[in-house]
Design a protein around this ligand. Structure first.
Ligand SMILES: Nc1nc2c(ncn2[C@@H]2O[C@H](COP(=O)(O)OP(=O)(O)OP(=O)(O)O)[C@@H](O)[C@H]2O)c(=O)[nH]1
Ligand SMILES: [Mg+2]
Length: 594
């Protein structure tokens, strides 16, 4: 005979025996519970003053017998269903309530978490007889957004819910809803935003909106998004228990494949959530890393991303095996890098070491290249800014190149440099690189440290910002914060408000004026001459003027003749009024990462 689960301590032998005998009982497959079984459970419950329950399978056999305390009972581990499946557990819970209470939050949690076919609570009356029955089963997606249906009947004789038929019909509906949503084989995600201390609702919403863009960029279909405001994050699961329950049921109603949190989950939170929900979990950093992994082109970039992914994953490799694979399997089951994910921690550790070594070597090469370039003495203008601000578009507009431009986040990962000729045959190198994002994951900053360090060579930073974005000032601040972290606030910097073609005439200039920057449109090219004049002034008007002139081997014919000398003038007008010769003196210089 199987064991009785739960709180059996202190029970009399006769009580234990009665509980064990429960395994011999069975009910009709369509019956929620038989009057006889209900009476049996109520009786023991009354006598022990503990909740007593059974899990019944679809044939109506008793799968487990559980005893709790007066208020609750804890179910044994019955395994978990896979996320993205329309199946229910195939078990229904029938248990007693001693205080005449309706279904509790725990009851609903078990229903959702374990995907039980249904949960029923039989009230135990004063004399130990069964009274009212409370019943709940999950619901498919509905206009009201209800997660389950609750029902109460006066007695066990009034139960008319067909347990088997009801469960099968429900599974059919889940399957149908899932099929309707499954489009193009893309993974479907539920986004969960979190706000609270240090992040007000507006801020949390903006961040969630950005997470949506990130998800879109990653090729994930967002089917639901919700926000939880909470003063203190739950140390175990970040969001509260009730919220987690909602997410879980939503995930089943909508046949979601994964849940993406707009926060960085600590390793233990990630493990807890994965274990508690059986869902595939991604946090913001992992999502960004996943995008980077998809986008990295150069071997350097690929190694850096894989290293960042593995480093992020490593402390999360302590969970149970199946939650592990759900934490490890990025979007579309991709693991870090090109190799199949090694979930053995020691091998991950070895891989990290090997990657670090290779990256170090590559970075030495890069330094050599940089030195060589610096030896040419050309001033360097680096374009920085929030992702999608139009940095690559600007590089293209200035140098007539065709670097990839996309209305997606992180279109650019690998840095690209181009040569740009200024008036009086002065040349500069313009560099475009990876965009920034608020709360840039630390692991990513360190992964791209080498790339970002190149920004330290810049003589001038063009901070490109999207003037048409309502979040302009936040994003400018976010970028400045990161520049600060990279120790780049000392470098001369010009704020370039881009995309002014999207604003009413004059507005871009007003925004730029208020912020001490210049207004441009990299697409319509308006404002570019002004931008070049400003660069020209900042690079050469204050002691930098020797830079870039007379560099050996690189000098253009006639170099020197156009040397800027405000006192003398150069015969072609001052820097301020000479229309910069944008093109056609443009030649690609280096293209790393190809
Ligand atoms: N209307 C308008 N759209 C622009 C302008 N500049 C860029 N865009 C658009 O903005 C989107 C992003 O441009 P990118 O140049 O790829 O931006 P980025 O800053 O390099 O972005 P990442 O490399 O992803 O960080 C593209 O759809 C561009 O066409 C502009 O001046 N006006
Ligand atoms: Mg770009």
């Amino acid at each position: 005979m199987q064991d009785v689960h739960g709180n059996t301590l202190g029970l009399k032998q006769s009580q234990l025996h009665a509980l064990r005998r429960t395994y011999r009982r069975r009910v009709d497959a369509e019956q929620v519970v038989s009057p006889e079984l209900a009476r049996h459970l109520a009786e023991i419950s009354h006598e022990t003053n503990r909740q007593v329950g059974v899990l019944l399978d679809r044939k109506g056999d008793v799968h487990s017998v559980i005893v709790g305390d007066a208020h609750a009972l804890e179910l044994p581990d019955v395994g978990r269903a896979r996320a993205g499946s329309h199946r229910l557990r195939g078990l229904r819970l029938v248990h007693t309530h001693l205080r005449g209470e309706p279904l509790t939050r725990d009851d609903h949690t078990d229903l959702a978490l374990l995907r039980l076919d249904l949960v029923a609570a039989v009230e135990v009356l004063a004399g130990g007889l069964p009274g009212k029955v409370h019943l709940a089963h999950l619901l498919p997606e509905n206009a009201e957004g209800a997660l389950w249906k609750d029902e109460t009947v006066a007695s066990v004789h009034d139960l008319d819910y067909h347990a088997l038929e009801g469960s099968l019909a429900l599974e059919d509906e889940f399957a149908r809803a899932g099929a309707a949503r499954r489009t193009g084989g893309r993974e479907r995600a539920i986004l969960v935003g979190v706000g609270g201390r240090g992040r007000d609702r507006a801020d949390a919403e903006a961040s969630l909106e950005e997470l949506r863009e990130l998800a879109r960029t990653a090729g994930v279909e967002v089917i639901d998004a919700s926000l939880q405001m909470r003063r203190d994050p739950d140390p175990r699961t970040l969001i509260g228990k009730g919220k987690l329950q909602d997410v879980l049921v939503r995930s089943m109603q909508l046949m979601a494949d994964l849940v993406i949190f707009d926060a960085d989950l600590s390793p233990s939170q990630a493990i807890h959530i994965a274990e508690a929900t059986n869902l595939k979990i991604l946090d913001r950093t992992q999502l960004i890393l996943d995008i980077f992994a998809q986008r990295a082109q150069s071997s350097d970039g690929k190694l850096q991303v894989e290293l960042a992914q593995l480093k992020y994953l490593y402390p999360r490799l302590a969970g149970r095996d199946d939650s592990l694979s759900r934490l490890a399997g990025g979007i579309g089951g991709r693991g870090p890098g090109e190799t199949k994910l090694e979930i053995d921690r020691r091998r991950v550790r070895d891989r990290i070491t090997a990657l670090e070594r290779r990256i170090e070597n590559l970075s030495a090469d890069r330094q050599v290249r940089r030195k060589r370039r610096n030896a040419r003495g050309l001033p360097v203008i680096s374009i920085v800014g929030y992702t999608n601000a139009g940095k690559s578009t600007l590089l293209n507009a200035l140098t007539e190149s065709d670097v990839l431009v996309e209305d997606k986040l992180f279109a650019t990962l690998d840095p690209t440099s181009r040569r740009l000729r200024f008036p009086r045959d002065r040349e500069v190198i313009v560099t475009d690189t990876v965009g920034f994002i608020r709360d840039l994951p630390e692991d990513l900053v360190s992964a791209f440290r080498a790339t970002l360090e190149e920004l330290g060579d810049a003589d001038l930073l063009l901070h490109v910002a999207d003037a048409s974005d309502a979040r302009l000032d936040d994003r400018v601040k976010a970028v400045e914060k990161i520049l600060g972290e990279l120790g780049l606030l000392e470098t001369r910097r010009l704020l370039v408000l881009n995309k002014v073609d999207r604003l009413p005439p004059g507005e871009g200039e007003a925004l730029a004026h208020a912020r001490g920057g210049v207004a441009i449109s990299a697409v319509s090219r308006e404002g570019l001459p002004g931008l070049l004049r400003a660069c020209d002034r900042m690079l050469w008007a204050d002691g930098k003027k020797v830079l870039g002139e007379g560099a050996p081997g690189e000098a253009a014919p006639g170099d020197g003749e156009g040397r800027h000398d405000p006192a003398r003038g150069d015969g072609r007008g001052s820097a301020a009024d000479a229309p910069p010769r944008l093109l056609p003196h443009v030649a690609p210089l280096v293209r790393r990462g190809a």
